[in-house]
Design a protein around this ligand. Structure first.
Ligand SMILES: [Mn+2]
Length: 505
């Protein structure tokens, strides 16, 4: 599942592509890979495409002061010889111009949206793509000693992508921040050259012209054309307004509408809202609090020939908040009169005794598709792998009470049909990760789990009793499920999982 830089060394020449309108993280990522492959004697270059050259003052300063040899391609290249690596973005996604190439690789830290590229390393839990590339280079024993330009670039990449380090939550990000050789006085200058006077004026005018909805506490701003990074700055500022819980800041380009989304409430994930706004006309995504997207003009004009863009965004925001029911499982009294009774099929699961993979007491990070969980290996701890590749951490008693276990080795591909990410446990002392499934054996639940379920006819967000901070989204066609014996254990099951995991009684 996980890719090493070594695998890319077989190719030559190598082209590294940043996303269109590159930001500091994309540039730093490109620069780091460039340095790596250059030392190896490869013919390598860093490129980007898109409607315009880098304009932002801090980015032009970064490129110049750190000697980043990035090239702007005026015209999209028909075909790229050798290997094309997209950094801080995913080949084929909406924020990067697609160019054909002999071979393609992806290195990114956004939510996975492209899954047909073999050479892929995507880690959405990292604060920056710079961190990921730093880690990949360290894995190959690359030496960062004495490389101040490179260190400063990576540091600034992480700094810019984590809201000035305010949103760092992965320990690896902190490791990099603390380890890099970095020119702090240049960082100070970059930090204070974030926008130009012209952009200050654009931002000022934009802020005056906001649209505010007090029912749903959102704000929308249409800005004059500007560097897309400025949209992020305006939206960061707008979100700090007390009355504003979520916001969208956008502008119109020749090709379409570029927008930035922010949310500071747990009831709305910015990445998901960004995807909703794009609908089927583009793409959107990012992180829980910060996200962005793009709507293609041709598709927009097809779907909404007479609707102006302010109208579209307001209408879509209203629709999002109106349509979406929020269920808090703790307080919600569920009506089961229109629900059918099902029983959970007894599908094989995987189990691993934690102490068999790491010594008791080791601080570790369990990584699954649902996110990272930090824990300490305990004597009595058992990991159970479910059919979606999700992992339950339980104690020995609960395990022996609920499961019958065998010595048969567990085949992830066979049993976790819907898993597209293999769960790992990382030792936080030595940094080594192990795939849980390689240690797992088969167990089967001994309990009959009976549930009521109803097919959803619209979007629902559920805060389960287990996770009070992050909701699970159900869409039309998915199922709302509640345990028969615990009417507050309410959750959402995706349609494709539901029919595999439950059968009607
Ligand atoms: Mn990034």
């Amino acid at each position: 599942m996980s890719m090493r830089l070594k695998e890319l060394e077989q190719f030559n020449p190598i082209t590294i592509q940043c996303h269109d309108n590159p930001d500091a993280d994309a540039l730093a990522s490109g620069f780091a890979l460039y340095t790596y492959f250059r030392e190896m004697g490869k013919e390598v270059r860093i490129v980007y495409t898109g409607s315009s050259r880098i304009q932002k003052s801090n980015l032009t300063m970064m490129v110049k002061e750190l000697n980043i040899p990035v090239i702007y391609l005026e015209d999209v290249q028909k075909h790229v010889n050798g290997l094309l690596i997209t950094v801080d973005c995913q080949y084929g996604a909406g924020n990067v111009t697609k160019m054909s190439a002999d071979e393609v690789a992806i290195i990114d830290h956004h939510q996975q949206e492209i899954s047909d590229v073999m050479l892929t390393e995507i880690r959405p839990n990292l604060g920056s793509c710079s961190t990921l590339i730093w880690q990949l280079m360290k894995e190959e024993k690359f030496s960062f000693a004495g490389k101040e330009d490179l260190g400063t670039a990576l540091y600034y990449g992480l700094y810019s992508d984590t809201n000035q380090f305010a949103e760092i939550h992965n320990p690896l990000d902190m490791d990099m921040r603390d380890a890099l050789l970095c020119n702090q006085s240049l960082i100070r200058r970059l930090r204070n050259s974030n926008i130009s006077l012209r952009e200050l004026e654009i931002a000022g005018i934009a802020l005056i012209k906001h649209i505010y909805n007090d029912d749903y506490r959102y704000a929308i701003i249409k800005s004059a054309p500007c560097d897309p990074n400025l949209l992020g700055l305006i939206s960061d500022f707008l979100l700090q307004v007390h009355e504003v819980d979520t916001c969208v800041v956008y502008h119109e380009q020749k090709e379409g509408y570029k927008y930035s989304v922010r949310s500071c409430v747990k009831e709305c994930r910015a990445d998901e809202l960004a995807g909703f706004l794009a609908a089927d006309m583009g793409s959107g995504g990012g992180h829980v609090e910060k996200a962005g997207g793009f709507i293609r003009k041709d598709r927009y004009e097809n779907n909404y020939p007479t609707l102006h863009s302010e109208g579209y965004f307001s209408q879509k925001m209203n629709e999002y908040f109106e349509r979406c029911q929020i269920i808090d499982a703790v307080s919600y009294e569920i009506d089961i009169s229109d629900m059918k009774k099902y029983v959970k099929r007894k599908l094989p699961r995987g189990y691993v005794f934690a102490k068999e993979i790491m010594p008791v007491g080791t601080p570790a990070t369990l990584r699954t598709l649902e996110g990272d969980v930090d824990l300490r290996i305990e004597n009595d701890m058992v990991f159970v792998i479910g059919i979606k590749g999700e992992v339950y951490v339980i104690d020995g008693k609960e395990f022996s009470d609920s499961y019958q276990y065998t010595e048969e080795s567990y085949e992830m591909q066979q049993y976790a049909l819907l898993a597209d990410y293999e769960p790992t446990v990382k030792n936080r002392i030595d940094g080594n990760s192990v795939a849980l499934s390689s240690f797992a054996k088969v167990c089967v639940s001994t309990k009959d789990v009976c549930v009521y379920a109803r097919e959803l006819d619209d979007m629902v967000k559920v805060f389960t009793i287990q996770d009070r901070e992050r909701y699970r989204l159900g869409n039309k066609g998915d199922f709302l499920v509640v345990r028969c014996d615990e009417r507050h254990d309410i959750y959402v099951v995706k349609r494709e999982t539901f029919f595999k995991a439950y059968e009607e009684l």
